[in-house]
Every structure is written in structure tokens, then in C-alpha cells.
Design a protein around this ligand. Structure first.
Ligand code: ADP
Length: 325
């Protein structure tokens, strides 16, 4: 167990869920942006709260642990931790968490997942790494349930495992970490609001068999392309015939932007999570920067404020970056 009262510093990466064709099952972590967190544990007296959240950013997110995704994830963590310790009162502990959110909430690059995943990876480090990564994903999914109403792991899994992940099944949980060749990622976040609930409610509940066949061909092609480092196959497989045609209407300039990015050399890309951010994958940093320029030009032409990131796939996931002893 790590020393009581000593702070640790945690870095929790942003993530891109769905990866175009893999709705709710594929995702990857990126090196920028990321959230910063600090955590420590202390012995808890009877009647004391088990979790204290301190926000050190300007987003005004709730500090009530039951309303903050980091708190929801930690409550699930503590429940199992106390069960494991046979819940003798001497084993009761509490966590203090400071959150500096650098990933804007609601941008579609896994802001809620970063807080939930960062909190449980930090807690696990503090208690001596007694839980597996799969356990941590299970705890962190309680945060996603709070943020979006559904327990999904397509952001949580890559945030905790790093790299590209496949969530083959949620119940029972089965996560497969996939290898990937070097891929450069360009992300644009147009400053509009797309509510996750709206992005989910407009989806059709039935799909045509011919569309399903195309979709699972693309998912299998994408996984094979990642495993074989076959960039062309990755590019051809980044096609979504089910979700994107419906959801993209919520994002201004989506089709024109995608076309311009592909003409600039991107392998392909699409909506990040439920949007409004859009991501593109490229083979080189030079192409990724040319893609960023296209994004700037298009949104500047539409007078739409936006942020961009040029980054790479993060292979480590949540990291403990410092112990303050
Ligand atoms: P994102 O893709 O950016 O995670 P979501 O819409 O899925 O976007 O989640 C953001 C929602 O979760 C917001 O309503 C926000 O208020 C809520 N939330 C609660 N706690 C946090 C937190 N620690 N970090 C980010 N969002 C949080």
C-alpha cells in the first residue's frame, strides 16, 4: 500500500470511441489532450465521507461524489475494496481527488472516461495494485453510466489499457488490446453542443442486412489492417454505413471536411464518439498537419470557432506520473 497522506499525480488521456465502423466496441487513446489529477488516501473515521472531490479547473463540475464520474467510479472501487478487506473498521479508507480538467466536457473525446479511469487507476496504485485492468474498467463504467445513462466501455477501455481496444463483450466483460502501427491523429472540436442523449436518440433501432454485412466487413478489415500494419486496408475499412449517415447531420460541414481531409492525404476518419469532434488518421505527421490546415480553413470559412489537436496514439493509457514524498 502506498504511504497514507502522500499525493500522487495522474495523467488520464483523451480517447476516440467507435473508430468509425466500430460503434460502441472500438476506441483508442491519444497523447493530447489529457486530464491531470492528484490523489491521496487516508484512514477514514466512522461517519466521514469516503470521497472528497476538489475541482481545480473552471468547468464547475459537481463535487458530490455521486454526481461526478470520478466519484461514481471510486464508490464502485471502494465497495469491492472493502469487501476484499473483510470490511473491518480499521481497514476503512477515504480518497481525496483533485481534478484539473484539460479535456473539455462534452467534446466527444472521452472527458468523462478520463476522470473515471484516472480515478480508479490512481486508487488502485494507492492500495497496492490489487485489482486487474478489467476490474478497473468495470468500476469506471459506473462513471459512464452517470454521464450518459449507459454502461459502455469504448472510451474507458482504451483510457485504461492504452492503444486501440476492442470491447468484444460488456456482460461478461471482455477487452482485447489490439496492436497498431504508428498512426498520426488530427482532431477538430467545433464549438457546438451535441448532447450524447440526442446523438443516441436519433439512431435507427433496425439495420438492413446489406448494411450490416458491409459494416462487419469493415470492422474485421480494420482489425486485420491494424494487426498487419496495412495502412491501405485501414483506410478502406474506415467506413461507417450505419451510424455516420444519421449522426453527421448534427455536425456542420461534416461531409466537406471529411472530403478535404482525405484529399490532403488522410487515411480516413469520422465522428469521435458521439461528436461534435471529428478525427482523422494519417500515416505521417506531415499529412496530419496538412489535414489540420484543411480543418482550420473549412471552419474559419464558416466562422465556426474550433480547436484542433495533432497527436499520436497513446500506448500507455492512464499513467502515474509523480509521487510527492
Ligand atoms: P465526453 O465525451 O466529453 O465524456 P459526455 O457527454 O459523455 O462527454 O460526458 C460529459 C457529462 O458528464 C457532462 O454532462 C458532465 O457534466 C458530466 N460529468 C460529471 N463528472 C464529470 C467529470 N469528472 N468529467 C467530465 N464530465 C463529467
Amino acid at each position: 500500500m502506498f504511504s497514507e497522506n502522500q499525493w500522487i499525480k495522474i495523467k488520464a488521456p483523451a480517447t476516440v470511441a467507435n473508430m468509425v465502423c466500430g460503434f460502441d466496441i472500438l476506441g483508442f487513446a491519444v497523447n493530447s489532450p489529457y486530464d491531470e489529477m492528484e490523489m491521496r488516501w487516508m484512514t477514514r473515521a466512522e461517519n466521514e465521507p469516503s470521497i472528497t472531490i476538489i475541482n481545480i479547473d473552471n468547468y464547475n463540475l459537481p463535487t458530490d461524489p455521486e454526481k461526478n464520474v470520478a466519484g461514481a467510479a471510486l464508490l464502485a472501487f471502494l465497495e469491492e475494496y472493502e469487501e476484499k478487506q473483510n470490511s473491518s473498521s480499521s481497514s476503512k479508507i477515504k480518497f481525496e481527488v483533485k481534478i484539473n480538467k484539460l479535456i473539455k466536457p462534452g467534446s466527444g473525446v472521452g472527458s468523462s472516461a478520463a476522470s473515471a479511469a484516472g480515478a480508479v487507476v490512481g486508487a488502485n496504485y494507492l492500495v497496492g495494485n490489487i485489482f486487474s485492468k478489467d476490474d478497473l474498467v468495470r468500476f469506471a463504467m459506473n462513471g459512464e453510466k452517470l454521464a450518459s445513462g449507459v454502461k459502455h466501455a469504448d472510451n474507458i477501455a482504451p483510457c485504461i489499457f492504452g492503444g486501440v481496444t476492442l470491447v468484444r463483450s460488456i456482460f461478461p466483460l471482455e477487452i482485447i488490446a489490439l496492436p497498431s502501427p504508428t498512426l498520426h491523429v488530427t482532431i477538430v472540436h467545433p464549438q457546438i453542443e451535441v448532447r450524447t442523449s440526442d446523438a443516441r436518440s436519433i439512431l435507427r433501432q433496425q439495420v438492413l442486412l446489406k448494411d450490416a454485412i458491409k459494416q462487419w466487413g469493415n470492422i474485421a478489415g480494420l482489425v486485420a489492417g491494424l494487426m498487419k500494419s496495412d495502412y491501405d486496408l485501414i483506410g478502406r475499412s474506415l467506413e461507417d454505413v450505419i451510424i455516420e449517415p444519421v449522426r453527421s447531420i448534427l455536425i456542420p460541414g461534416f461531409d466537406a471536411l471529411k472530403l478535404a481531409c482525405k484529399q490532403a492525404g488522410a487515411l480516413g476518419g469520422g465522428i469521435s464518439g458521439s461528436g461534435p469532434s471529428i478525427f482523422m488518421l494519417s500515416k505521417t505527421e506531415e499529412i496530419a498537419k496538412a489535414v489540420e490546415k484543411e480543418m482550420h480553413e473549412l471552419y474559419a470559412g464558416m466562422n465556426l470557432p474550433h480547436h484542433t489537436y495533432v497527436t499520436t496514439i497513446n500506448q500507455k493509457g492512464v499513467e502515474i506520473v509523480a509521487d510527492f514524498i
